[in-house]
Structures are given as C-alpha cells and as structure tokens.
Design a protein around this ligand. Structure first.
Ligand code: MN
Length: 407
C-alpha cells in the first residue's frame, strides 16, 4: 500500500513538527477559534494549528468557499478529489518555507477546539470478538458467550447523535433506573457503574440516496476520516433497560470524540487485514481481504495507562460496517458517523472498558495508587491513539473527559 501523499519525503519548516506525532504525513483537520472567537477550519502540524480558512482565502484557492466554515461538513461534501487537492496544497504550504507568509499558525495552547463536524446519524457497532465474548461471559454465564448472529453481521445500535461532544468536555454522572439482579425492584439515582468504551470512529463525507447500497469497495470514496471515541456507558442503567431493544439512556448522556479528524490517506500505511472471519460472510459483506487498522490505543485513568487495546484485533472491518449500514436501502448523509464498538484484545491489559478490566466489578485494579472498578467523580480519562504513518508513528487526536457530580 502506497501513500497518496506526494510529499512523503518533504520536511516541514514548522518548528518542532519534523519527527513529531503530527508531522507532514498526518495533517488532521479540526475546528478552532482564537481571540476573535470565530470558528474556522484548522489543520494540525506539530503543536500548532494552521488557519486553513484564512490561507485558502489569501491564496484564492478554488476550494476556498468550502473551507470558509465553522464545521467540516461542506469540505467533506465536496468529495474525494477535493480532499486530495486540499491535502496536497497544505503539504506544499507547510514544506515550502517561501510560502510561509500566507500561513497563520497558532500555538495549540492559544486556541479552543470545537466539535469538528455536525453529526448527522450515529451508529455504534460491537466489532471486537474479544469484547463481545467477555461481555457475553459476564452477562450470560450459562449460555454461549457470542450470540448466534455475531459472526454473520456486525451488530450495532442507533446512538444519539446530538449528545456527541468534543474531547475536553466534562461529563456529568448520569442518573437513571438501576436494578441489580438480586433486587426485587429498580431504584432511581446516580449511576454507580459508570464506564468507558475505547473505540474508533468513522466520519462519512459522501451523501448516498435511499435505495443505493454502498459496497465494501467504496469505503475510501465515502469515509472522510477517523477519530477517537469514548462511548461513556452507565452499566447499571444498561443492564436493566437494554432488554429487548438495546441500549438507550445508558449511552445517550454523552459520547466524546477527538477534536481532530485524521484523513484516511494519513492511515494508508496503517492498514492491516482483520483476523480471519469464519464462517464466510454473505455477499454484501465480502471484502478481499477485510482490512482493519494497526492502531495502538492507550487508556489513561488519572494519569496512569491502565490498558492498551489493539485496533488490529477487531473482527469486523470498517468497510464491512459501512456496507452493513446501507444494505437495506438506508440513505447516508454527510456527517453520518459510525463507531467500532469497544476495542479489546485477548489479554486482560488490552481491554477497552472498565467492565472487562475489573471483570464486572469483581476484580478492582489500581491507577495512580487508587483502587478502581468503575469511575469516581473527579476521575479523568484520556484515550490516545497512534499508528504507523508514512515516516514514523502518527497520532490521532486524544479523547479527554472528566467525571463531574451527578446531574
Ligand atoms: Mn460502544
């Protein structure tokens, strides 16, 4: 797999960018504001944000209009050719010092980052076999860990798009109905088993009308980029409410995503085949071969890394999840978003949820000298993601969130 970045060997004149996790082969997009509070499109280089909106206007780029926005949606909707043109143009700007005069760079510490795109619909999948098996063992100890459908289709549910928030947003502990199996009736109050789910998210940049299926071979034409996701989960609310229609309030109070959307081109060198899929999938899910990403995830709790889930272990590929969303004729809108489900590997220290790390709360773990099963008020979680880039490792945007007292 070769990168489509034609400047893979160029170096950036931006101080500190070369050799960093945000070098020229990365260039993720986000929405920022600085002193005048106007939201603009930015691209990250090193520890700086380049004002993409201003640079496109200053140089009269043909795509300047779609870059003059407070969200990425118009840029995404302009299509894959424009995605490539903009990336090539930015690579030139940031590698050719003679063009530095048109570039406005702001230190990351001087800007506020916002939700990078307006979220249309949101589907959350359940694509890790290790996670699904662990949850099945805990919730259904007497039955098969995997449900009969699990190896035949990527199981998912429709999430709440309106409560997707940007990294750094504080999260109030949700309240709701909770009922332990040994209690006769539910009680109402603050969630007592507040959890994380470390996931990867995919942003749709192409509208597709009703009645058209998106094939697994159309993934790169349809998905604009990738981001980190923390699907905050209230386990006690979930276990009482989810039968028989799936999660609702246990998930809808907040889902955090990174402020940066990493273009697929930056991850071309991170593509790896998924683990073998057995049995063979039905025709619309065929991908030769199914391709995942070699993205290493770190779950940090109060400053200490407590788990390192490997995205490469995920069973269902992103292209298969995308094909599944439209096989029934459902349309796609620019800004549709789907997430992978909890990323867990086969080892204990590779689990992407505290439910698994503490085995349902029965095996406490320690973070920075404190014992935990689920989240306490004041706890802060940071998810970090790195992948092999065209040169060295690159990073996706972190996903940070702190737990506040209950609503
Ligand atoms: Mn989830």
């Amino acid at each position: 797999m070769t990168t489509t970045n034609p400047f893979a060997t160029a170096t950036s004149w931006v101080e500190g960018a070369t050799g960093s996790l945000y070098d020229l082969d990365n260039l993720p997009y986000g929405i920022f504001s600085d002193r005048d509070t106007t939201r603009k499109i930015g691209v990250r280089i090193g520890d700086f944000v380049l004002d993409v909106t201003a640079a496109a206007q200053a140089t009269n780029q043909p795509f300047a209009d779609v870059l003059d926005s407070d969200r990425l949606n118009d840029f995404m909707a302009s299509g894959k050719d424009v995605w490539h043109q903009v990336r090539t143009w930015l690579t030139t700007l940031l590698s050719d010092e003679s063009r530095a005069a048109v570039v406005v760079l702001r230190p990351l510490t001087d800007v506020t980052l916002h939700l990078p795109f307006e979220v249309a619909d949101y589907v959350d999948y359940y694509a890790s076999m290790d996670h699904a098996t662990n949850v099945g063992k805990m919730f259904r100890p007497d039955g098969d860990a995997l449900m009969p459908n699990w190896r035949h289709l990527p199981v998912g549910y429709h999430g709440r798009a309106g409560s997707i928030v940007v990294s750094g947003t504080d999260i109030h502990r949700p309240a709701g109905q909770r009922k332990a199996p040994d209690q006769p009736a539910p009680t109402f109050g603050p969630c007592q088993r507040l959890d994380i789910e470390a996931e990867l998210g995919f942003v749709v940049g192409r509208a597709v009308p009703f009645g058209e299926r998106v094939g697994t071979d159309e993934f790169a034409d349809t998905v604009f980029g990738v981001c980190g996701v923390n699907d905050w989960s209230a386990r006690d609310i979930q276990s009482w409410e989810y039968v028989p229609l799936g999660p609702n309030l246990a998930k809808s109070f907040a889902t955090s995503i990174s402020a940066w959307i990493t273009p697929l081109d930056a991850l071309a060198t991170a593509k790896v085949p998924t683990p073998e899929q057995e049995p063979e999938v039905v025709s619309y899910l065929v991908e030769n071969p199914p391709m995942g990403y070699d993205i290493a995830v770190e779950v940090e709790l109060n400053g200490e890394v407590v788990s390192q889930p490997p995205y490469a272990a995920m069973y269902w590929s992103p292209a298969q999840m995308l094909a599944h969303m439209t096989v029934n004729g459902a349309s796609l809108r620019v800004g549709d978003f789907f997430a992978s489900g909890t990323i867990s590997g086969p080892e204990k220290q590779q689990c992407g949820s505290f439910l698994e790390l503490s085995w349902g709360g029965s095996e406490p773990f320690t973070a920075s000298g404190q014992t935990r099963t689920f989240l306490e008020d004041g706890d802060e979680v940071v998810l970090r993601y790195t992948a092999p880039g065209a040169r060295r490792r690159i990073a996706l945007g972190e996903v940070r969130g702190k737990i506040l007292h209950t609503i």
